[in-house]
Design a protein around this ligand. Structure first.
Ligand SMILES: Cc1cc2nc3c(=O)[nH]c(=O)nc-3n(C[C@H](O)[C@H](O)[C@H](O)COP(=O)(O)O)c2cc1C
Length: 258
């Protein structure tokens, strides 16, 4: 199993996204997979110009940035992988610009004039070697609200449908600040579930390597709440409990006047 992780954190290798990917990688390597990470923050990936040159007759399916930036290098990695991990922090309730910029550039690999029906949707030709790889989204956010990551989760579900591929699991990590263990190692003692989550990520890596998908049980462990309040997942839907959380976590805004 050849796994490619696309890390779209603007903090690159310093972020929680990289930390979680590292746990997955450890499990995957133990179970015999090969692993590559494309850290998008380190690469030069220009935004799509919507110039439509890639759809013209002069240079069909060739972007004007071909050989001028790193997008095609990433496409080649995607094409040779068996499974992709779309790893993105949540910025303003969706994936980061780095992730979307890369995905937009795959437009240059699709003949949009060739309309067809796919998965019950009217769509156009695509390059299955790049766009139809089974994948797992890994969404990382600091907020506790599900509404923070739901846009991105919906996006990837629809992406799978349009791109005629399978989403083989979903990893959602909220309260990401509690995983800044390099900066604050004491967090693991204060929030012991952090260690359970890390172990679940390593198990998830093993499952991707051996089965090519995540079990329900491992996703549950990996996606669990780490704040030690009984039934927290349920309770956070109730306003009084939320008010209590705000009181406990409350930090004054640095913009508030004295
Ligand atoms: C520009 C920006 C926007 C953000 N927007 C959100 C958000 O809407 N919801 C949320 O939960 N976290 C948000 N965050 C927090 C990040 O998702 C969180 O810190 C995450 O751990 C970043 O990933 P990294 O550690 O790999 O860099 C935002 C961070 C930045 C820099």
């Amino acid at each position: 199993m050849k796994i490619l992780a696309l890390n779209a954190s603007h903090r690159g290798e310093k972020g929680v996204t990289a930390f979680l990917l590292h746990q997955l990688q450890q499990g995957a390597l133990e179970s015999g997979a090969t692993w590559e990470t494309a850290t998008l923050a380190r690469l030069k990936i220009n935004r799509c110009l919507a110039c439509a040159e890639c759809q013209g007759e002069d240079h069909p399916l060739t972007c004007v940035y071909h050989a001028k930036d790193d997008a095609y290098q990433v496409f080649a990695q995607m094409a040779s992988a068996d499974l992709l991990i779309f790893a993105t922090p949540i910025y303003l309730m969706t994936m980061t610009g780095l992730m979307k910029t890369l995905l937009d550039r795959t437009y240059a690999t699709m003949d949009v004039s060739a309309v067809r029906l796919s998965n019950g949707l009217i769509h156009h030709h695509l390059n299955p070697a790049i766009s139809s790889k089974p994948f797992v989204p890994l969404l990382v956010c600091s907020n506790l609200e599900n509404a923070s990551w739901q846009n991105a989760a919906d996006y990837f579900r629809r992406y799978a449908r349009f791109m005629e591929t399978r989403q083989v699991g979903q990893l959602i990590r909220n309260a990401s600040n509690l995983f800044e263990l390099k900066k604050h190692p004491h967090l693991a003692q204060r929030f012991p579930k952090v260690l359970e989550v890390i172990a679940a990520y390593q198990q998830a890596g093993r499952e991707l390597a051996t089965r090519g998908q995540l079990s329900w049980h491992t996703q549950r462990r990996a996606n669990q709440e780490v704040i030690p309040v009984p039934f927290f997942w349920l309770l956070k839907h109730f306003r009084p409990i939320k008010q209590r959380i705000v009181t406990v976590l409350n930090t004054p805004s640095i913009f508030e006047e004295e």
